[in-house]
Ligand binder design. Structure first.
Ligand SMILES: [Zn+2]
Length: 486
């Protein structure tokens, strides 16, 4: 009997090993070869000058209560009108919410749904005290060391001006789109997009426009961030995480500290935070993070490839590994970050209230309600109340099996033939969330090439884009618009 059982176990192990090996070996990269294209003849030097000029207008979003930098936006608009005369002549331009720009380039086939290209004109401020750390002043738009320097060179004037360069170039070639192409350039993305993107969507909705898809900022071409993969990877974000800020308030008896109650407000709020940190929402590998790993697995070292190709057996191991680094952890769970704590003003007075703020980034599938309930349950203290201060649910996950994804991927293969292409999950937020109600699918990608140091330049010091890379970005938009045709 024992012998028989051990034979069964042995046979079972053999089968498992065989399946693991088979799944690993047969997980090979798709072999799609792009037609080689002759690089579009554009004057990148001139284009770089124009992006540099656009950076000089300080279209800064400070906060929702801060007045809009009206002069800067108006000057940027004038500059755009003058610099892209064919766009100005041939496209319908509307100013929405005071400063957002909506361009409509009528397509030849009105039965086709429009395609929306998005970008934002505003930039974040430069943190006080860091101005001197920049190699070139942050609003100089200086061209040096083969790069264009300044706020907006990556986030996201590069895209506003890059799209306009592409359209101007195509108009010169008498190109006529088939789908109507809409360019939507918000002016307050960095502070939520309420007066920009949200208003643009209202306008589009009033015209019953439901686009085939939107393409916005989000992910980029990364290098040296994925273990064992040397080729750069173009990550097309299919979704963005949600955002939630909860405020916790602990109440307790106030009074003199010589006669304290057993539990103080400060103690209660501390315990609440500790419980929230100890009971993070569970990790799980779901789309689109799972799509990314599955797409890239064939290019990974054997051990990783074996694990990812055999999730039927090793999902727990894989998720456990992903939890270990900050970046991959953020891909597999709703993250928890306690960011503010407050309570008490005097060393011998008991505060009757203590407060804390916790910021969550929600994985697609989780909702604001889910997380709030989770927090109330783990805090489990009737003296601690939980209130939503700010929040938006995660976006839908867009399809990677449709014309839209195909056009983006084809364009990448043609313009950046050296890169791998993969879907991804955007960890930060974008204006695309406002388009959820009118767009079935939204993609978030700009072909900016990022090494491990470059992410820190976004919203940070020494933001800059290499001139050659800017050329690729313009060619990407040109080819993208052409590829929407067939
Ligand atoms: Zn941005």
């Amino acid at each position: 009997m024992i012998k028989k059982l051990s034979f069964v176990v042995f046979a079972a192990i053999l089968v498992v090993v065989a399946v693991v090996a088979y799944k690993t070996i047969t997980n090979t990269p798709d072999t799609i070869t792009a037609e080689t294209l002759t690089a579009e003849n554009i004057d990148v030097k001139d284009a770089a000058e124009r992006l540099g000029q656009a950076i000089r207008y300080k279209t800064i979003s400070y906060s929702v209560d801060h007045p809009v930098e009206e002069d800067a936006f108006k000057s940027l608009h004038n500059f755009i009108d003058k610099s892209f005369p064919l766009v100005t002549q041939n496209l319908k331009k509307e100013v929405i919410g005071g400063y957002s720009l909506l361009y409509t380039w009528e397509g030849s086939d009105s039965s086709l749904k429009p395609i929306i290209l998005m970008a934002h004109q505003d930039v974040v401020p430069v943190e006080k005290g860091t101005e001197q750390d920049w190699n070139y002043p942050p609003y100089s738009g200086k061209i040096a060391e083969g790069a264009i320097w300044g706020r907006g060179s990556l986030d996201d004037k590069v895209s506003v001006i890059g799209i306009l360069e592409a359209a101007e170039h195509l108009l010169k070639k008498n190109f006529k789109p088939e789908h109507t192409l809409i360019f939507a350039f918000g002016h307050d993305e960095e502070i939520g997009g309420q007066n920009g993107a949200a208003e643009i969507v209202k306008r589009l909705k009033s015209r019953n426009i439901s686009p085939l898809f939107t393409l916005d900022e989000g992910m980029v071409v990364v290098k040296d961030v994925m273990p064992g993969i040397e080729r750069p990877i173009a990550l097309i974000a299919l979704a963005e995480k949600g955002y939630l800020t909860l405020e916790l308030t602990a109440k307790a008896e106030g009074g003199h500290s010589s006669l304290p109650p057993r539990a103080t407000a400060v103690g209660k709020i501390s315990r609440a935070i500790a419980r929230i940190e100890e009971n993070r929402p569970p990790a799980a590998l779901k789309s689109p993070a799972s799509d990314m790993l599955e797409t890239l697995a064939p290019h990974m070292p054997l051990s990783l490839k074996a694990v990812i190709s055999n999730r039927w057996l090793l999902d727990g191991v894989l998720v456990g590994e992903l939890e270990k680094s900050k970046t991959t952890n953020a891909m597999v769970r709703t993250t928890t970050a306690a960011t503010i704590i407050n309570g008490g003003t005097k060393d011998n007075v008991l505060p009757s209230i203590a407060k804390a703020t916790v910021n969550f980034r929600l994985l697609p599938g989780d909702t604001i309600e889910d997380i709030k309930t989770h927090v109330i349950n783990v805090v489990a203290d009737p003296d601690v109340t939980v209130e939503v201060m700010q929040g938006n649910n995660p976006s839908k996950v867009s399809s990677m099996q449709n014309k839209a994804y195909g056009v983006i991927a084809k364009t990448i293969r043609e313009v950046l033939p050296d890169v791998l292409i993969s879907p991804g999950l955007m960890l930060a937020g974008s204006d695309s969330k406002h388009y959820e109600e009118i767009a079935e699918n939204s993609y978030r990608f700009i072909p900016m090439r990022f090494g491990p140091d470059d992410i820190a330049r976004v919203h940070g010091t020494n933001e800059r884009i290499l001139v050659d890379n800017y050329g690729e970005i313009i060619r990407f938009y040109i080819r993208f618009m052409e590829n929407t045709k067939n």
